[in-house]
Unconditional design. Structure first.
Length: 253
């Protein structure tokens, strides 16, 4: 080894031996390379699973937020419709939310989340985006009770939009049905006629939709015609309502 170190006599032999053992070196190194590759692969797969789980959670959160946005858009649309219901008779208006509906089948009324602390008063007109809902009948500081136009005890002066003929529309106790009271047999009224509030008595603002005529029954020999109407307001669907009033008519009850 000393002579080979200084004289390089075995250089050719070393080259030959190195060539012969190269495959053995590669074979010996295979297990280490395999475990190293496997470890990296397992780490990569684990990271991918973790990232997928994170993305799945983010997707669920975003979908939930999107549902909230859809609900907010629908609520904003309802508010725009409510606030767009203008009338020269109305000086002020206030949006309220329906928080409870009376469970008594013979009494059609509901509770809203506005009261005297918000300037709500008995007799105040309540509308939705489609027409007159009813009027306030009870007031407390933070809540009020509203009687629907279809309640059997409710009545409202109306006029036929087509010809201006006036009458009184009364509730029947059914949420989707109203009836004109004491309609003469000669009165010009047809199915499909729109009935508007007439403003008589200054209890309700003039010109708001109240109902649409659904049926006209004329019986020979009877002095009065039976007229059935469907309320314009979405009484069974509304969640938001608008309270409207004029300062000059506030004290009228």
């Amino acid at each position: 080894m000393f002579i080979d170190h200084h004289e390089q006599h075995l250089k050719g032999l070393r080259k030959t031996l190195a060539t012969l053992i190269t495959p053995i070196v590669y074979l010996a190194d295979i297990p280490g390379e395999f475990f190293s590759w496997g470890g990296e692969n397992l780490i990569t797969r684990g990271q991918l699973r973790q990232e997928n789980a994170h993305l799945r959670d983010e997707s669920l959160i975003l979908k939930a937020q999107l549902q909230t946005l859809v609900g907010l858009q629908a609520e904003n649309a309802r508010l725009r419709s409510l606030l767009g219901a203008e009338n020269k008779w109305v000086d002020k208006k206030l949006v309220a939310e329906i928080i409870q509906i009376d469970s008594d089948p013979f009494s059609l009324n509901f509770l809203i989340n506005k009261g005297s602390s918000h300037d709500v008063f008995v007799g105040q007109t309540v509308i939705d985006a489609y027409g007159i809902v009813g009027q306030v009948i009870e007031v407390s500081p933070y809540y009020s009770r509203v009687l629907m136009v279809t309640d059997a005890t409710h009545a409202i002066p109306v006029r036929v939009n087509r010809n201006g003929v006036r009458s009184v529309l009364v509730g029947t106790g059914q949420i989707d049905t109203l009836e004109l009271q004491f309609v003469p047999d000669t009165m010009d009224i047809k199915v499909g006629d729109l009935l508007l509030s007439s403003g008589l008595g200054q209890k309700f603002p003039d010109g708001y939709p109240v109902a649409t005529v659904k049926k006209v029954e004329r019986n020979p020999g009877e002095a009065y015609t039976r007229v059935i109407a469907t309320p314009a307001a979405k009484l069974a669907q509304s969640s938001l309502v608008l309270l409207v009033w004029s300062e000059k008519t506030r004290g009228i009850e």
